[in-house]
Design a protein. Structure first.
Length: 203
């Protein structure tokens, strides 16, 4: 009788151990050691903004204007912005613009800040753009990682037109401006649509 009790107790312990619940999957289960498929990295690495936000001063920057295309009398242009200082800084929001004559006299200018434009397929959301120091110089090759871009749109066929030789650009939240070459014919009384500053976008 005693031998039967001991056998029953042993069986009870064994059953209790084998029905304690589902086993936890080992992190080293078969297949976990196989290498993950490597994705091809983007050739254009967009730098992260500095933390905390450090606004770029006008004197830290250099700019150039490029006309990107024309369609049905509407012109798309871009102001490329480079940080030429020895410190990282950030831009956020909209730039101010003023058209200037060949004598740098003000021409009629009506700027509209907008997240949409004729050439954009989706809204241009305002975002903090980090500009690291010592990035490549301004060039006709674009986009350049670490540079900022200010998209512009305007008409060259309708209404009163002005021929600008220079463009006065005020960076976002700045009180001083840069004057850069800009041979543009802007109609509709000098109306320009300006999108928020954006980082380089891979094409």
């Amino acid at each position: 009788m005693r031998r039967f009790c001991l056998l029953s107790a042993a069986l009870a312990i064994l059953v209790g151990c084998t029905t304690a619940g589902p086993a936890v999957q080992s992190p080293f289960a078969k297949g976990d050691f196989s290498p993950q498929a490597s994705s091809t990295p983007s050739p254009l690495i967009i730098p992260s903004p500095t933390m905390p936000f450090v606004r770029c001063d006008t004197g830290d920057l250099e700019m150039q204007l490029t006309v990107d295309g024309v369609a049905a009398g509407s012109v798309r242009a871009t102001i490329e912005v480079r940080n030429k200082s020895n410190r990282d800084c950030d831009l956020y929001g909209y730039a101010g613009l003023q058209l200037l004559s060949s004598f740098r006299a003000p021409l009629p200018t009506k700027v509209t800040w907008s997240t949409s434009a004729f050439f954009l397929s989706s809204p241009a959301v305002a975002e903090v753009v980090g500009l690291p120091s010592r990035t490549p110089p301004l060039t006709s090759d674009r986009p350049v990682a670490g540079h900022a871009y200010i998209p512009l749109g305007f008409s060259e066929v309708q209404g009163q037109c002005s021929e600008a030789a220079w463009l006065k650009v005020t960076p976002p939240d700045a009180s001083t401006s840069l004057v850069i070459p800009g041979s543009l014919v802007v109609c509709s009384g000098g109306a320009l649509v300006v999108n928020p500053v954006r980082a380089a976008v891979a094409r």
